[in-house]
Write a protein that binds this ligand. Structure first.
Ligand SMILES: Cc1cc2nc3c(=O)[nH]c(=O)nc-3n(C[C@H](O)[C@H](O)[C@H](O)COP(=O)(O)OP(=O)(O)OC[C@H]3O[C@@H](n4cnc5c(N)ncnc54)[C@H](O)[C@@H]3O)c2cc1C
Length: 361
């Protein structure tokens, strides 16, 4: 069979590629191995356009938010489920300096509709410097979103549950041949696994480990709370507490250090005596050397693309970045130079060149 695309990986980015290709009526296959500890499977799903540490709009924040907001609202409609919904995010100030900075921003017209000061008392919280509200904030229930995508594409036999093996791919007359099918294009959405694959392993992808706790609590508030770490209400009395960031720890397991770090941070804003830890998870965020996404076409193998390097903002950025890649493929619209992987073309190495040569039948 002939297809327009093969998508490798059904995490957040691969799912978004698949949904956009479906909307453009393209013919494609999606291949996913089903790894249980992927970044997407543990992601909290929080979306807002603010960099909370500095209380600034994040890079292209408003543009990304507006695009992703309407993208996910459409998915709600299609799935007939509230996979995506608005939340209030409370930022607990750590100092008078942070409080002053926030107040200053609320008077700035750029931030007027995004940031406000919280005047309501929140029960049980220790917040002597007060708190601010991020008014434009939502949450995507990521696992439900991934399940919705996989079940609809499994039904239509678009999704194949298998491991993609780069060495079984061949190229003939500018078409990719894989396991008996022929594809005009391939989009790799394989997250940190890209480092194990000779196609794009020259890109400076840095796996950043994040750990989360699932807790039972009758004292945590029902808003999303952020104080460096976050508390996210799930169902009644169940919360996700996260997350850690580590470029050093690359072990595929949860750690006591992460658990202690998260509980210590939480104890700064609430008494933790009655909080019961029910579960702990980890995943590796695909971050990049310059902290910008990695989007574009392979420097040697034409029609081979990647969407990667989403760091901690996949849900915010991926819908528009995928749109930009598809506009590049179909309309030759240039990619944003900050995201285009051609900024790392010089890093391509002998292994990648040998792999490219090995593809020709
Ligand atoms: C603790 C934690 C909390 C986070 N919270 C948030 C948040 O609140 N908001 C936010 O926006 N982001 C958050 N993130 C970041 C977000 O999870 C990532 O940016 C995002 O998941 C990256 O998605 P991806 O699809 O690029 O990669 P992945 O999620 O890694 O998906 C890649 C997929 O490809 C599959 N795959 C790989 N190789 C192959 C192969 N050879 N064959 C077949 N399949 C393959 C994998 O099984 C996987 O399913 C968080 C991350 C962590 C770790």
């Amino acid at each position: 069979m002939n297809y327009d695309f093969l998508i490798v990986g059904q995490g957040i980015t691969g799912s978004i590629v698949a949904l956009q290709l479906k909307k453009s009526l393209k013919k494609f296959k999606l291949i996913e191995v089903g790894n249980p500890n992927t970044s997407s499977k543990v992601a909290a799903g929080i979306v807002h356009p603010i960099s909370l540490k500095r209380c600034n709009l994040s890079w292209r924040g408003r543009e990304f938010y507006e695009f992703s907001d309407s993208f996910y609202k459409e998915i709600n409609f299609e799935s007939n489920t509230e996979l995506y919904k608005p939340y209030k995010l409370l930022r607990i100030f750590a100092s008078f300096e942070e409080q002053n900075n926030w107040i200053g921003k609320t008077n700035n017209k750029i931030y007027k509709d995004i940031l406000s000061l919280n005047s309501k008392k929140i029960d049980n919280l220790k917040n002597r410097f007060g708190s601010g509200i991020v008014e434009i904030c939502s949450r995507l229930s990521v696992n439900e979103f991934l399940d919705f995508v996989s079940s609809s594409f499994l039904k239509s036999k678009v999704l194949i549950k298998d491991v993609f093996k780069a060495h079984e791919l061949k190229l003939k007359n500018n078409r990719f041949h894989y396991k008996g099918d022929i594809y005009s294009n391939i989009i790799m959405c394989d997250g940190v696994n890209a480092l194990k694959n000779p196609m794009f392993n020259y890109l400076p992808i840095i796996p950043n480990k994040g750990e989360l706790l699932k807790v039972f609590s009758t004292v945590l508030p029902t808003e999303i709370i952020n104080c460096g770490i976050f508390s996210l209400p799930e169902t009644k009395n169940i919360f996700t507490i996260g997350s850690t960031y580590s470029n050093e720890d690359q072990k595929n397991k949860i750690t006591i250090d992460a658990k202690e770090y998260l509980m210590k941070k939480l104890n700064k804003i609430i008494e933790i005596d009655d909080i019961e830890i029910m579960d702990q998870k980890f995943g590796f965020r695909p971050t990049s050397l310059d902290r910008k996404p990695l989007i574009g076409e392979h420097p040697i193998i034409k029609n081979l693309y990647t969407v990667n390097g989403m760091g901690s903002k996949a849900i915010l950025m991926a819908p528009l970045l995928v749109r930009e890649l598809l506009d590049y493929i179909y309309q030759k619209k240039p990619l944003d130079s900050m995201t285009n992987i051609n900024r790392f073309s010089k890093k391509i190495n002998a292994e990648n060149i040998d792999y490219a040569k090995s593809l020709e039948l």
